[in-house]
Design a binder for this molecule. Structure first.
Ligand SMILES: *Cc1c(COP(=O)(O)O)cnc(C)c1O
Length: 431
């Protein structure tokens, strides 16, 4: 399968090149040349497929023959080593738990798949060492670090905003060692992302270093996120009732994968992009004007994004037809106060402990269900233990550490503090 750049200037590339480059040379995001829906028979027999078989059917058209079937199946089986249960919360409201992986956030799926694709392509071509450069607002860093740990021929450099990620998140990205390096930036997530972008544009640097990104713009992170929308559908007891997904959204990669799943034929009535106070997309859908803003810090920090990169892919899927987009995607924004109230309400009504991101998803779903009939699923994108500093005081509850977290929490943090782009460049050139 070939991929084109959404800026339409750079040449089309293979899956492999799209994965290795991340971003096209004209700074556009890559997008598949064609999208073929899966057969009716696949959907009517989906209960008979294992999660791995579903994933293979979903991803194979995008990979084409660039990874042999046997290898691709191996990559999938090493990606999907955990479950994606649906838990009922209240009438018409369930949650799809995406946090049973090694770093306890949905990003494990994309990061593990991507890391193994890199591993495969690198085995084929040993000549060049790759440096994966990634900015994180919290969960990406841990998932990428865990996914790439020990992958040969790949170094990973993670930039994170100092003091703006949770303790658990910080431990997950600063304690692994080996081929994983963490840079602690004096600034916000946007500052981290700006430094990463600058590095990719730095001709001097890229002539000396083989840089690539692992942010959600990479097709090997974006596309496998479709898997769990299908796995959720497989679990529905009543497949005739219309289903809607509410996706807590920041950079809009996760929801964009859901929209792709719908293009492959997954019968989804509506997507709800639920955001915190970083309300760029809800504003756009209301006013028709897209205004990026500096990100605002909230209690759902993995969604503190002021200019969501992947939204442009959703626009491309709906052929830049805003009316068609709005028929399929609704978007609502919620404040921290509303989010805390929702966490309390969910616990009181059902005993369920939602993390702040899941709670934003719950709020979006409830708002939609006020006016529409459907069975609603909100995505629980991270385990509450990743946001202890919010969850424990709000719910007056102690959260036990799952084994994945016990593994890192007492390890010693190792990071290098930086403030300016030149320090990043120096670091990359020296390493
Ligand atoms: C990354 C993240 C999100 C936002 O996902 P996007 O794909 O960037 O929209 C939501 N919740 C959690 C817990 C995350 O880590």
């Amino acid at each position: 399968m070939n991929f084109y750049s959404l800026n339409k200037i750079a040449p089309n590339v293979s899956f492999k090149d799209a994965v290795i480059r991340g971003l096209a040379p004209d700074k556009g995001l890559y997008f598949p040349e064609s999208i073929k829906p899966l057969s009716k028979g696949f959907f009517s027999h989906i209960e008979y497929f294992t999660n791995e078989e579903i994933a293979y059917e979903v991803i194979k058209q995008f990979v084409g023959d660039e990874i042999p079937e046997k290898e691709l199946k191996k990559i999938i089986s090493k990606t999907l080593t955990f479950d994606f249960p649906i838990v009922d919360i209240e009438k018409n409201v369930s949650t799809l738990e995406l946090f049973h992986g090694p770093t306890m956030a949905f990003k494990d799926v994309g990061a593990r798949f991507m890391a193994r694709c890199f591993g495969y392509f690198n085995k084929e071509d040993k000549s060049s060492k790759i440096t994966v450069l990634v900015a994180t607002s919290g969960d990406t860093g841990g998932a990428v670090a865990s996914g790439f740990l020990g992958v040969k021929g790949v170094d990973v450099v993670i930039l994170y905003p100092s003091g703006k990620v949770s303790d658990v998140q910080e431990k997950q990205l600063t304690t692994l060692g080996k081929n994983i390096k963490a840079l602690e930036v004096n600034g916000t997530f946007d500052d981290c992302q700006a430094m990463v972008k600058k590095a990719f544009l730095d001709k001097d640097l890229i002539s000396k270093k083989n840089l690539t990104s692992a942010n959600s713009i990479n097709v090997a992170r974006w596309l496998p996120q479709m898997f769990y929308f299908f796995i959720a559908y497989k679990q529905l007891k009543n497949k005739r009732r219309k289903v809607v997904f509410s996706v807590p959204s920041g950079n809009f990669g996760n929801i964009c994968a859901g929209v792709m799943a719908q293009q492959l034929g997954l019968p989804v009535k509506q997507f709800i992009a639920s955001t915190n106070s970083n309300d760029i997309v809800p504003n756009y859908l209301e006013t028709g004007i897209y205004t990026p803003k500096p990100s605002i810090q909230t209690i759902s920090n993995a969604m503190d994004v002021g200019d969501p990169s992947n939204f442009i892919r959703i626009q491309e899927i709906y052929k830049n037809d805003d009316e068609l987009l709005k028929k399929n995607v609704s978007s609502y924004s919620f404040t921290d106060e509303e989010t805390k109230k929702a966490m309390k309400k969910i616990k009181k009504k059902s005993g369920y402990i939602a993390d702040p991101h899941g709670a934003v998803g719950y709020l979006g779903l409830k708002k939609y269900l006020k006016k529409h009939k459907a069975q609603g699923i909100f995505l629980e994108t991270a385990h509450p233990v990743k946001f202890l500093d919010v969850v424990e005081p709000v719910l007056n509850e102690t959260i036990a550490f799952p084994p994945q977290i016990l593994n890192v929490i007492n390890k010693k943090k190792k990071s290098i503090q930086i403030s300016k782009y030149d320090e990043l460049k120096d670091f990359l050139l020296k390493s």
